[in-house]
Design a protein around this ligand. Structure first.
Ligand code: HMG
Ligand code: MG
Length: 305
């Protein structure tokens, strides 16, 4: 049974192997990254971010993403996007056989400087040829806007600044724009206003919600934007994640929590909760970490042994 006013189906984009593992103090080995992605594939996720082709000096945790792409068991119909900040990253992604890339910009000047060492305008200049060349080579391109509901350095961010960057990303051919609440400070009214501003220029079906859960608001924010028609949600297994250039940012909203919410609303995802819990158990055991989400904890605790 679907819920009136909400999408019938939501596409879940798993970002744990990238957003999650980029933030681990000790880089996670390639075999574990592959093991996690294969288990997430088995859970029925339609899109799994496999890593990044960024400078290993900036984010050593994402080194060897080429080996990860070479080792995973790719399933037909599943996308395995990788982050790419520049032409050099695109070349490496192409060599590694990536079929989808994501360029990542920000609505905050200070965050852009800290994260990719250039202004917002410079980043867009840099992304445009990358997006063009990627599309020429048959790759799909996704775009990210960070700090859509607040910046760790500047505080409040105007929705109009988010809409400007989102429009530029769409203009250069991004098929989807993922709106990142990088530090998880947003609340539902703000999320709704931000999405309404962006959706004044772009179809809401082009938008994805990428909400970190630092302040415990992510599920409420997601429910608010689902009501506006957003039907793509980024989340992270056992709530892993953060951004090395956003101090204090904790994990993305946990995949298990989002799936429980969507299942309860009768929204289809094609994702299997038991297989997801198994993937979470695998990476949690490797990292020595309990799930941050409530659903994984509750379902694991209540499971007959
Ligand atoms: P830079 O220092 O200005 O660049 O960094 P550069 O061109 O001067 O290069 C510096 C060094 O990096 C050189 O090496 C380059 O060759 C190398 P050296 O000569 O010193 O030996 N280099 C590269 N190596 C491998 N792959 C590349 C590459 N490019 C240059 N593609 C740069 C600029 C963009 C490279 C750097 O700032 C960078 O890599 N930043 C990545 C930061 C990052 O990955 N952050 C996390 C992802 S964003 C995020 O988490 C937010 C998100 O989840 C949404 C949300 O939550 O809001 C997406
Ligand atoms: Mg993120």
């Amino acid at each position: 049974m679907t819920t009136p006013g909400l999408p019938e189906r939501v596409r879940l984009v798993e970002v744990g192997p990238r957003d999650g593992l980029q933030n681990e103090a000790t880089p996670v080995d390639v075999a574990t990254r592959i093991g996690l992605i294969d288990r997430l594939t088995a859970a029925g996720l339609p899109a799994i971010e496999a890593g990044s082709f960024v400078s290993p000096k900036w984010v050593p945790q994402m080194a060897d993403t080429n080996q990860v792409l070479a080792g995973i068991d790719r399933r037909d119909g599943v996308d395995y996007p990788v982050l790419v900040p520049n032409m050099r990253g695109l070349e490496a992604a192409l060599e590694a056989g990536a079929t989808e890339i994501a360029v990542f910009g920000a609505a905050s000047e200070s965050f852009s400087q800290k994260n990719i060492n250039c202004t917002v305008a410079e980043s867009l200049e840099r992304f445009r040829p990358v997006a063009n060349e990627a599309q020429r080579q048959g790759l799909r391109v996704r775009g990210y806007v960070s700090c859509v509901l607040g910046c760790p350095y500047e505080g409040a961010i105007e929705p109009a600044a988010v809409a400007d960057v989102a429009r530029e990303l769409a203009d250069m051919g991004c098929y989807e724009v993922s709106l990142g609440d990088t530090i998880g400070t947003g609340t539902p009214g703000q999320a709704r206003q931000m999405v309404a501003t962006v959706a004044a220029d772009l179809p809401v079906t082009m938008l994805a919600a990428h909400f970190h859960d630092t302040y415990g608001q992510a599920l409420a924010n997601l429910y608010a934007v689902l009501q506006q028609g957003v039907a793509v949600i980024d989340r992270s297994i056992i709530g892993l994640g953060g951004c090395p250039y956003a101090a204090g940012a904790s994990g993305n909203v946990a995949t298990e929590d989002v799936l429980y919410l969507l299942n309860g609303l009768g929204i289809e995802t094609g994702v299997d909760m038991d297989a997801l819990l198994a993937a979470g158990h695998f990476i949690g055991a490797k990292l020595g970490r309990e799930p941050s989400g409530r659903v994984a904890r509750a379902l694991t605790a209540n499971r007959p042994t």
